[in-house]
Design a protein around this ligand. Structure first.
Ligand SMILES: NC(=O)c1ccc[n+]([C@@H]2O[C@H](COP(=O)([O-])OP(=O)(O)OC[C@H]3O[C@@H](n4cnc5c(N)ncnc54)[C@H](O)[C@@H]3O)[C@@H](O)[C@H]2O)c1
Length: 263
């Protein structure tokens, strides 16, 4: 019996990176997975290779899309047990460089998308008396950073929304859990894009970045699986960090093969 057998899951941002790895892992453990993304070509081709998964076009920044998605999933599959709010975009900019357009783009996907997702999933999950919402935040919400102003703000909003949903659910006896995951650097197309941008303006810093520890998408997918399963029944409103000590280490965390080199 799989760890999420017979559960129905929606994963956003599922065409790539962490959302794709999460879809694969939930499906391996028995869930029916509705993979969603705005990138239809990549999403459809990925879903074809994952048993028990289907793809559906979905823009997380539009509330009316959420209403339809959640209603259709419940009609077609009988329930919605797991929502993974994973879609996100990043742009490197300090507060001094951040334009209104940049700010709104990052927030429309990360902040608005997570808000709408939580709101509409909660509405059906509370009627079921159970459900698990998992929001992908970032270590940026814990540490901030000089050049990720809007992204860190959006990820902090996700952290706050998560705790508020969890507290409401407990107060009202809804039976719905809501937790956030805070990955450090994970090997995905998003991170590769960030490294490429850095290389464009500071090759020395880019070389330093290449020495740093980077996790696998499966490391996050396994944490999602735990939170999605009934094994985490007592975990609600928590922030689970997947960063191999990045947020508590002074200085940088190097790749395993470089660790201990100066010791
Ligand atoms: N990779 C990392 O190092 C890292 C670290 C911390 C947090 N995160 C977060 O994890 C999540 C996944 O990141 P990733 O690294 O897999 O990135 P990725 O770029 O590989 O995947 C993100 C996906 O989101 C989709 N997307 C963008 N806008 C969308 C929209 N409006 N509606 C629906 N889908 C949309 C993209 O098409 C893409 O498929 C993001 O929220 C990101 O901020 C990533």
């Amino acid at each position: 019996m799989g760890r999420v057998e017979r559960k129905v899951a929606i994963v956003t941002g599922a065409a790539s990176g962490l959302g794709l790895a999460t879809s694969r892992r939930l499906s391996e453990e028995g869930a029916t997975v509705i993979m969603t993304d705005i990138n239809c070509a990549a999403g459809e081709s990925a879903a074809e290779k994952i048993k028990g998964a289907t793809f559906r076009e979905h823009d997380v920044s539009r509330e009316q899309c959420w209403e339809k998605l959640v209603n259709d999933v419940v009609t077609d599959h009988g329930s919605l047990d797991i929502l993974v709010n994973c879609a996100g975009v990043v742009q490197l900019a300090s507060i001094e460089q951040t334009t209104e357009d940049m700010w709104r783009k990052i927030h429309s996907v990360g902040t608005d998308g997570t808000f709408f997702g939580c709101k509409h999933a909660l509405n059906v999950m509370k009627q079921q008396g159970q459900g698990s919402i998992i929001n992908i935040s970032s270590t940026a919400s814990i540490q901030g950073g000089p050049n990720i102003f809007a992204y860190a703000a959006s990820k902090s909003a996700i952290r706050g929304m998560t705790k508020s949903v969890a507290c409401l659910s407990t107060q009202q006896g809804y039976g719905v859990r809501c937790n956030s995951i805070h990955p450090g650097n994970m090997s995905t197309p998003m991170l590769r894009g960030v490294y490429d941008v850095v290389r464009g303006f500071d090759p020395v810093m880019a070389d330093e970045l290449e020495k740093m520890w980077v996790g696998d998408p499966e490391d996050v997918a396994n944490m999602v699986l735990f939170l999605a399963s009934d094994e985490s029944v007592a975990v609600n409103g928590a922030e689970l960090v997947v960063d191999n000590t990045l947020t508590i280490t002074e200085g940088v965390v190097l790749k395993r093969e470089l660790q201990g080199a100066d010791a």
